[in-house]
Design a protein around this ligand. Sequence first.
Ligand code: SF4
Length: 324
Amino acid sequence: MNRYNYIYVNLCANNYFVYVKYYVTFAAGFNCIQMDNIKIFGKGWNFSQDGPGNRLLYHFQGCNFTCPWCSNPEGIPVKGALLVRSEKLQDSFCPYGAIKNRVLDRERCETCPERACVHKNRNEAIRFSIKEYTIAEIIDEVENSRGLFHSGGGVTITGGEPTLQFKLLKKLLTELKHIHIHTAIETNASHERLPELFGLIDLLIMDIKHFDPKIHKNILGISNGRIIDNLVKAAQTDIDIWIRIPLIPDFNNNIQTMERLAEIIKSINRKGITVELLPYHDYGRVKWEQTGKVYPMPDKKIPADDLIAYRKIFINNSIQILKT
Ligand code: SF4
C-alpha cells in the first residue's frame, strides 16, 4: 500500500459504504465525487501557449468567477455539468424519464443516483464534465510523459480556477517540484492562500480583467482587491509572471482601462512581468448551449486597430508584451 491508499467513509445519495481505495472497485460513474480526488474537466497538450515549451495541461473543475465570456462553461460548477448534444439525444437514454422529446430536465438530473445516460452513451449525446484522478495517477502520467516536455516544457494547471481545489493543488505541485518538473498555474489570483504556492511553481499566469473593483464585482462576482495584493506578493518572489488581460467588448475594451491597468503593472516595478492581451472570441458559445444555458455575450469583436493601440500603451510603459 502506498501513501495514497487509505480508508474512506462515504455518504452519498442515500448510500452508505466504506471502501479501501484501489482494493475495492465500485460502480463506474457513481454520482459522488471523492473528496481526495482531483476533479478535472479536461487535459491535453499544447506548445508555448500556457507556459514555455511543450506542456501537459490539466483543467481543474470549478470556478468562483462568473465571466459571461467564459469559453469553458462546463468547468464553472464545482459539482460538474452535463454537456448535451440534443440532436443525438434519445428519450430512452434516461431510465428515470428525465429526457422527453429529446429535451433534458436538468433539475431531475441534480438528484440522479447513477447518471446512467452518461455511461450508456459515452461521448456521443451526453457527457459529464468531471473525471477524477488521484495525485498518484497524475504523477504517473507526468513521469511517463517526461520525454515530451521539450523546449523548457512541463505541466500547467489551469481551470476553471485551480485554487478552488487548493489542498490537492498544493499537494500535486509539491509532488511535481519533487520530481523536478517545470510547473505553471493559470489562475484568476483571487484565492487568499495563493502566495503559499509561489515556492512550488516556476511560472504564475494570472488574469487581471479590470482595474475598477466595483465593475469587477458586478460582472465577475468578486472584487479585484486580493488579485492585486497577490500580484504584489508574487512580484516579491523570483517566479516568472504572465499577466493575461482578456479584451472584452463593453467591459474593458477602451483606452482608459488599458492605461489604468498599465499604470498598476508599471507601479509594481518588477522585471520579468509579461503581459498578454487576449482578444475576445466566442468559441465557448456551443458549450454554453450544451450545458443548457443561453450564451450571454453580444455579437461583437475587438477591432484589430484597438489591439494595436492597447499594445502600444503597455510598450510605452516599458512593459513586455507577449504576442500570440
Ligand atoms: S443524469 Fe440521471 S436523470 Fe439525468 S438523464 Fe442521466 S440518467 Fe437520467
